[in-house]
Write a new protein. Structure first.
Length: 318
């Protein structure tokens, strides 16, 4: 079969054996994959990555010990945890110290014709969710994680900094949860995607507000985004950090300490609320798809995904 391969900051297509299905795992045929910013950072050297990327996917189960799964469309949680440690026992396998991570660390990713994942990582996609919508489950779950990490009063105004793929999902998830959201970005056409769902947006032209928001979500995907988000938070405010950026990020800790700002790293989330939101239509993801490419043209697809103004690029099997 063919698989996407990243090595030495280059993307190529290679031929590899079809994976064997270990006990407790499902063999899955790829139906659709989504290139996200983390995949692009892996290409730039994040995690010193070498291998097959891809963790946003929809697939069809070909073989499984679970009789309910074969023939069904599924999405999959990306953390392959041990199931035995204190984190796993608390249902926080995403923090298992020995975990592998689909397409990122220790487990080949979804950008190949067939992949494997543990049965308990899989969630069946309801029949009424199109594949091109369901492929957003993982990033929508990451956006939903903010709601599990903090109890935010409904009276609060929340600033979302960034109008990329994750920023658009975060603003819509928070708006769907009943919060007043103000999203800042540099691209009017991108901001309109969130505006369709009722999110208030502001095109960044000059200076951003200072010390105005109790909660700020940093989703710029840039090294300077965190510094900006800290300036926007009022004393004793909270900044959620969503960006994953290759290399170190310089932060002036003085305003964090003086203003007693809480910094919250925010990563993966639960799939159940994400599937519910996608099924309800509360999140506009259809307008976020910029292009679809065949898997065999993944090198071109990655190049396209890295262009300014491009949102989600989907990969389909040839």
């Amino acid at each position: 079969m063919i698989a996407v391969h990243i090595e030495k900051r280059r993307t190529s297509i290679i031929r590899v054996p079809k994976p064997r299905r270990p006990a407790g795992y499902s063999l899955i045929r790829l139906l659709c994959g989504g290139i996200c910013n983390t995949d692009l950072e892996l290409l730039r050297g994040y995690y010193d990555f070498s291998g097959t990327p891809g963790h946003e996917f929809v697939g069809e189960v070909v073989a499984s010990e679970d009789r309910r799964l074969p023939g069904r469309r599924v999405v999959g949680e990306i953390n392959l945890a041990c199931g035995k440690c204190q984190w796993c026992k608390r249902n926080l396998g995403r923090h298992c110290p020995t975990r592998k991570v689909l397409g990122i660390a220790g487990h080949a990713g979804a950008f190949r014709e067939y992949l494997t994942l543990p049965d308990h990582n899989l969630h069946v996609v309801p029949d009424d969710i199109p594949t091109s919508i369901a492929v957003f489950t993982e990033p929508v779950a990451a956006a939903c994680e903010i709601l599990d990490q903090a109890v935010i009063p409904k009276s609060e105004n929340i600033a979302v900094l960034g109008d990329g793929k994750l920023g658009l999902l975060v603003s819509q998830v928070l708006h769907a949860a009943g919060y007043s959201v103000l999203q800042f970005g540099h691209h009017r056409e991108k901001l309109r995607i969130a505006e369709k769902q009722g999110v208030v947006t502001e095109l960044v032209r000059n200076n951003l507000p200072v010390a105005e928001f109790g909660y700020v979500v940093e989703a710029t995907g840039t090294r300077g985004g965190l510094q900006t988000a800290v300036r926007m938070a009022r004393p004793r405010g909270t900044v959620f950090i969503k960006s994953t950026v290759h290399g170190s990020v310089a932060v002036d800790t003085a305003p964090v300490v003086v203003n007693e700002i809480t910094l919250v790293g925010s990563r993966c989330g639960r799939f159940e609320p994400a599937i519910h939101l996608l099924r309800s239509g509360a999140i506009n993801v259809a307008d976020m798809v910029s292009n679809e490419w065949p898997l065999s043209k993944a090198s071109d697809a990655f190049a396209r995904a890295d262009k300014s103004g491009v949102l989600k690029i989907l990969l389909r099997p040839d």
